[in-house]
Design a protein around this ligand. Sequence first.
Ligand code: HEC
Length: 269
Amino acid sequence: MRIEVDCPSGRWLLAAALAAVVACAPGRLPAAEQGEGKFGADWDSWQANTSVSDLASVQRGARNYTSYCLGCHSLKYERWSRLGADLRIPPELLEQDLLPPGAKATDYIESAMPPADAETWFGKAPPDLSLMVRARGKDYIYQLLTTFYVDPTRQTGANNLRLPAIAMPDVLSELGGLKAAVYRTESHPGPGGSSISEQVFDHFEQLVPGRMSLAEYDGFVRDTVNFLDYVSEPTQLERRSLGLWVVLFLLVFTWLAWLVKREYWKDIH
Ligand code: HEC
């Protein structure tokens, strides 16, 4: 007997599998990394491409956050103990690697910097970042952390494409290096046949390399954003794993219901 394989659902399965592979592919690197176009020219389409189900990435992000952000930004809606439990960090490791000296696991994640001092130093108090991903989206924060550039006219020596005139210093320059923003002049026809020219951002030029390569820095930022994504909705880790069980339950239940229906109707023709 020959079995004819003409099964449209097979094709659907293949398409779904391909889509899954594409969806799981690592995030797009900045254009310069791929050797195409000018570095930074397409910065406003850069995406974080992170997933909170990648626990190792969220854990690395927690470490990045405590080393480079907690000095100024609190996460006041989350306790250290909750973070440890969600990210499966054993209490000893939590204490040893993440908890600031003097803090208890049951404390909320507070910054050591008094808001009044921060305001004096930076002109603006660094906001709490607990809900920042919900408020602005993860691509926004990814772009914020990747588009700092040198600007001697600013008090901090740094400016940013995502948030021009930002009060935050370029705190990751040691890792990502220093970039210059290169502008081009564009002319538009103005009123009365005149022409108006304006300076438009064109691309970045790497001035000083950081301790990390561009690709490593990119991974560092993505992990940090991924961690902030988790913090902005800690239950999403649980919800995602629960969702899988719910779908499985529904499938099994549908099968049982079908068996019962078949049993009830088997004598009726
Ligand atoms: C030296 C202090 C300092 C450190 C360290 C710091 N920030 Fe900031 N951050 C600030 C200040 C000040 C602002 C307010 C900027 C403004 O509104 O102009 C800010 C604002 C922000 C914002 C909000 C931007 C907006 O649109 O309002 C985000 C997001 C942010 N920081 C992320 C981070 C992350 C992630 C880190 C760690 C990698 C970090 N910051 C480290 C001082 C700091």
